[in-house]
Design a binder for this molecule. Structure first.
Ligand code: MHO
Length: 203
C-alpha cells in the first residue's frame, strides 16, 4: 500500500497491546502501527514503570482507503468493551487526536451502546502524549514467531517497526487478515524460503 497523500493517525487502548498491533496491522489501508503508552500523566513511562498510563496501539492509515469510523468499528469488534479492565494498564480507551475524532468516537460509542443494549466501559479522551514502547514489544506476534521473527528483524533492520509489510505480516502471523491479500503479499515478496515456509504453516 503506497498512500497517495498524507496519512492520518488513530490511537486505541484495547488490553495488552500485542493483540491490537497484529489485528490492525492486517487491515488493508493501515500503513504503519506502533505500540506505546498514553492516557496518563506519569512522565517517561516504560513497561515496568507505567504509572497511570495505558497500553495503546497507534495507527497511521490512508484516509482514502479507511475512515476513522471504519477503524472504530474494528476497534470495538476486537475487544471486550463492555467490561471494565482489571487494571488501568489494559483499559478500553479511544485517544482522539483532534475534535473531529473526539466527537466521532463519542457519538459512535452511543450508537454502539444503543445497538448492543449495554453500556461501554470505553473511555474517550484527547491524546496528550504518546510514548513509544520498548522495541521488544513492537510487532510482538511476528517477533515471537520461530525463525520468521529473527529472519525478518535481520532483513528489515531499522525499518522493521515502521514497515507496512511487516505490520501486515505481524497480523497474518497471528492468524488475522484476508487469505487472498495474504497470498498476494507473500507472492509479491522475495522472502527467504525458510521464512516463506514457516509463514505458510501459520496461515
Ligand atoms: N503479561 C501478559 C500481557 C503482556 S502485555 C504486553 C503476558 O505476558 O501475556 O501487557
Amino acid at each position: 500500500t503506497v498512500p497517495s497523500n498524507e496519512t492520518a493517525t488513530a490511537t486505541f487502548g484495547a488490553g495488552c497491546f500485542w493483540g491490537p498491533d497484529a489485528r490492525f496491522g492486517a487491515v488493508e489501508g493501515v500503513v504503519r502501527t506502533r505500540v506505546g503508552y498514553a492516557g496518563g500523566t506519569t512522565p517517561e513511562p516504560s513497561y515496568y514503570a507505567l504509572g497511570d498510563h495505558t497500553e495503546v496501539v497507534q495507527l497511521e492509515y490512508d484516509p482514502d482507503e479507511l475512515s476513522y469510523d471504519d477503524l472504530l468499528e474494528t476497534y470495538w469488534s476486537i475487544h471486550d468493551w463492555a467490561s471494565t479492565a482489571p487494571k488501568r494498564q489494559y483499559r478500553s480507551v479511544v485517544l482522539a487526536g483532534d475534535d473531529d475524532q473526539y466527537e466521532t468516537a463519542v457519538s459512535r460509542r452511543t450508537a454502539l451502546e444503543d445497538r448492543a443494549g449495554r453500556s461501554a466501559a470505553t473511555d474517550v479522551e484527547r491524546l496528550e502524549e504518546f510514548t513509544r514502547a520498548e522495541e521488544y514489544h513492537q510487532k510482538y506476534e511476528l517477533r515471537s514467531t520461530p525463525v520468521v521473527g529473527d529472519e525478518l528483524e535481520a532483513l528489515y533492520s531499522d525499518a522493521f517497526v515502521d514497515s507496512t509489510v511487516v505490520a501486515r505480516l505481524n497480523g497474518f502471523a497471528a492468524g488475522h487478515g484476508d487469505p487472498a491479500q495474504r497470498d498476494e503479499l507473500l507472492a509479491a515478496l522475495d522472502l527467504p524460503p525458510t521464512v516463506r515456509t514457516e509463514l505458510r504453516r501459520r496461515f
